[in-house]
Structure formats: C-alpha cells, structure tokens
Design a protein around this ligand. Structure first.
Ligand code: NCD
Length: 468
C-alpha cells in the first residue's frame, strides 16, 4: 500500500519497510533541498500548533516551502474558535476543506487521531500531549541510522522524563520494532508509563526486566537503570540467563543516549515539580568519560534545560543539532509521500514482530470511559460526539486500552448481552476477574465501570459478582 492520502498519528501507522523507504527518499532530497520546489506546487499545508514549538513547526513549514507548497497557520488556541468552545472535530472538518494536509500539535492526548478521523485529508501528529510524537521519532531513527548504519542490535538508553515525554514513547515502540535493546534511565517518579511498557511486551513481543528483578551490579552499571527491554532478536542466551548475561551486555556500553528534559508543563502539582527538579539526572562530560560511553552518540529532541551540559556541544559524539537539522529532509519526504507527490515501493511481507497486534474492539455505551484526564475523549467540548472505544488487550486482568490515548483501564464488572434469551433471571453481572470473562464471547461482552453501572443497566449480581 502506498502512503498517499494516509495519516501519521502514531509511529505504528508506518511499517518498518515504509520508514526505511522514507529515509531513502529523505537521503535523495537532502542532496539538493532547493531542487524539490516543483513537487507540491499548488498544495496547501495547515500548520496548527496549539503548544509551543520551534523545531517541529519551523521544520515542517520549511519542508513545505522547499517542496513549493504554501502554508496557512494557527498557533494559539486563544485565536481560534476552539477558544469559543468549538470541538476538535468541527475544526478538523473546516481546516480539511481549506488545506491539502494538516500538521497538528495539541495538548490533549488523542487529539491528532480525532483530527485525522474528521479532516478528510492526510493529518500528521506533531505531538499530542504526553502521548506520541511520531515525526520526532523519524528524525531520531534517521540520525541514529546515519551514525551507526543500523538500528538492529543497538543498545539505546532513554534518559529523563519517560512518563510525560511523548518523544520517548514513540521512540521506544520504534526501537522495539527495529530490534534494539532499550535501557530505561528515568528520573525518579517519571518512569515509563505502564501502558507503554505493556505495549512493548505484548505488541512487540520482547521482554522487560524491571528494576526489582535486576541484580545489584546490573542496577548501577553504567548508570542507575530502572528497566531494560530485550527484543525477541536479542541473543538467545541473554534472554535466558538474565542477571549474568545482562552484566556482560551492560559492560558493552550504550550506542546512543537519548536525553529528554523534564516536561514541566505536564506535571500535576507544584509538589511533584519540586521533587522532580531536585533529582533529575544530568548528562555531562564527567558521565561521558566512562568507558561504556566511548562510542555513544548523544541525542536530544530539544529544547534542553539543565539535563544536558553545554560543554558537550563541541564533543563529536553530540548529535542533537544534526538531529534537528535532519528534520527538514525527513518532513519533506513525509509530506511528499502523504500528498502522493512521491511514491515508494515497499515489500509486501515483513517480519512478524514488526507488525502491531490486532485486538477486539469494545464500543458499547455501558458507562466505561477513559480515566486519563488529558485524553481528548474526556474533554467537555468533545464528549458530545466521541464515543469511548477500547481495545480489549487482556482478560487476565480485564484490560481495556483507549483507542485515543492508549491509557489502560481495568473495569470491575462484566455481563453477557445474551441474557435475554427467554430468561430474565439470567440477566446477571459478574466480577471481571471471574472465569466468566473468558466464557462470554467477545461480541456479547458488556463491560461496566462499576457494579452501580451494571445495576443501572438492569443487571443483578451473580454468584461471581464479588472480586476474588
Ligand atoms: C519535543 C516535544 O515537543 O515533544 N520537542 C520537539 O518536538 N523537538 C520535546 C520537548 O518539548 O521536550
């Protein structure tokens, strides 16, 4: 399938082969950026940035200008009708009727998906709250690949705010898909969210060794680790004897260090901010002197604050400015492909672990809603038309993943919609951790946020209604 008319909302919207082909196109375009001006002549890109941005917005706009297209923009919610209470869907429909492609950055998680659902033109997610930032990941992978020739088999450390940093979420998925080992070094309290970790192990079938299961030597070498992700392509031996082989693995050092700043604007309370600031890990000359970092390239999506010392700017291992510069050819290639101005050939079949898993969808209106306050589906202006939808990712325990923001919920009660077959007495609800969760067919499954919800729908407790 070609890329024309598609959207890029999550990094999983592109297969590995498509990402590789996009890189080849970016390589060709980078040779003469100024000679691509006839590719998108007559096309208009809407650049909607409702959160601060320097690199992402300006590199997208530069890319469109280089391709000969034009740009319309809105950079402040306060100056758009969103401030009057307009929904994201209505805005998307309207902007989609003006522009041929939309680039959107928005503070709500899942907002870019809503825009893609309603705009009728290709949409690129330039960052949706703390959720994902897939084009930054393209720049990151492209930079790493240029320096190290491949991603497969590399050891890459993600550093800093792994909880609210959207760049590290998209990047972790991509690294897992390309077969890299990931070392997690989070600032305390800012560890990778559970939903990201679960996706890494269920979707990409790798193994996550968490801090508690690591032995003491492993935990501290060459920096305090909170988890390590091993892909299915990691050496067999490594996957089987964790602590000894992990020590050997860590002694080899890291190939790339991906540093991120504290996402201060997303912290919940002042107290959280104070605590996080004090304990934030810093990358400086002293750290990079360790032998494990001899060959390590240092990346950062930028902007930096205090976590990356300026003294490193002259170090040949520092790649962050190059990474920002490469944003232009990458985004040129992406825009040209989504607008159908360029085509790429990709192989039909890919390795199985690079393909995200398909799950059954839960779409009934039975009271279950996403509990993430930053999710687009939880916003007052959006509730009227967004129907909560979830992927059923596990039955043990029953786990639903919001299709907008990926956050997971664990609802307590279930029932079967098949109760009515003649016997009202069987209109019963059960605990979600009872065996009934596997007995009820997915198409008959009804899920409730509480026993009260189940009762409001006319169900009475069964003998399996109490949690185990
Ligand atoms: C990042 C972002 O906006 O998520 N910046 C970027 O796009 N280059 C990282 C950040 O703001 O910390």
């Amino acid at each position: 399938m070609g890329l024309a008319n598609r959207s890029l909302v999550t990094i999983d919207d592109l297969s590995n082969a498509e990402i590789e082909a996009l890189f080849s196109l970016a390589d060709k375009m980078a040779v003469s950026l100024e000679k691509q001006f006839n590719l998108c002549q007559g096309k208009i890109m809407a650049s909607l940035f409702f959160e601060p941005s320097t690199r992402t917005r300006l590199s997208f706009e530069t890319a469109m200008h280089r391709l000969g297209g034009r740009v319309i923009s809105a950079v402040n919610v306060g100056e758009t009708s969103l401030a009057k209470g307009e929904s994201v869907a209505d805005m998307a429909r309207v902007v989609g009727s003006y522009a041929d492609i939309i680039v959107i950055r928005h503070p709500w998680e899942g907002a870019a998906k809503v825009v893609a659902d309603y705009a009728g033109v290709p949409v690129i997610n330039a960052g949706d709250g703390g959720h994902e930032h897939p084009t930054q990941t393209l720049c990151d992978l492209y930079t790493i690949k240029k320096e190290k020739k491949t991603i497969r088999g590399l050891r890459i450390a993600l550093w800093g705010d792994l909880k609210y940093g959207r760049t590290v979420h998209s990047l972790a998925y991509a690294l897992a898909r390309f077969g890299a080992t990931i070392h997690f070094r989070a600032a305390s309290g800012l560890e990778m969210p559970d939903y990201v970790k679960r996706k890494l192990t269920t979707e990409y079938k790798g193994r996550l060794e968490e801090y508690e299961t690591l032995d003491d030597v492993v935990k501290e070498r060459p920096f305090p680790l909170d988890a390590i992700y091993l892909t299915p392509s990691s050496p067999h031996q490594l996957a089987n004897i964790p602590s000894v082989s992990l020590q050997i693995e860590l002694a080899k050092g890291v190939d790339a260090l991906y540093v991120t700043r504290l996402q201060q604007e997303r912290l919940n309370a002042e107290a959280e901010e104070k605590e996080m600031k004090n304990d934030y890990p810093v990358v400086d000359k002293k750290l990079l002197k360790k032998k494990e970092f001899r060959e390590t390239v240092v990346l950062h999506p930028l902007p930096r604050v205090d976590e990356l010392a300026y003294e490193l700017d002259v170090d040949p291992r520092s790649m962050y400015f190059k990474q920002a510069e490469l944003g232009v050819p990458i985004r040129m290639a992406l825009i040209a492909l989504l607008l159908g101005a360029k085509e790429i050939a990709t192989p039909r079949k890919e390795e199985s672990f690079t393909q995200p898993k398909e799950y059954a969808l839960y779409q009934r209106e039975t009271g279950v809603r996403c509990t993430n306050r930053q999710c687009v589906s939880a916003q007052k202006t959006e509730k009227g038309y967004i129907k909560p939808q979830f992927k059923i990712v596990s039955c043990r325990p029953l786990t639903l993943r919001c299709i907008y923001c990926d956050h997971e919920i664990f609802p307590p009660c279930i029932a079967s919609s098949h109760w009515h077959e003649g016997r009202l007495v069987s209109k019963r609800y059960h605990s979600a951790d009872s065996h009934m969760v596997r007995k009820i067919r997915p198409e008959h499954l009804m899920i409730f946020a509480s026993a009260k919800d189940a009762e409001a729908h006319g169900f009475k407790p069964s003998s399996y209604a109490q949690p185990n």
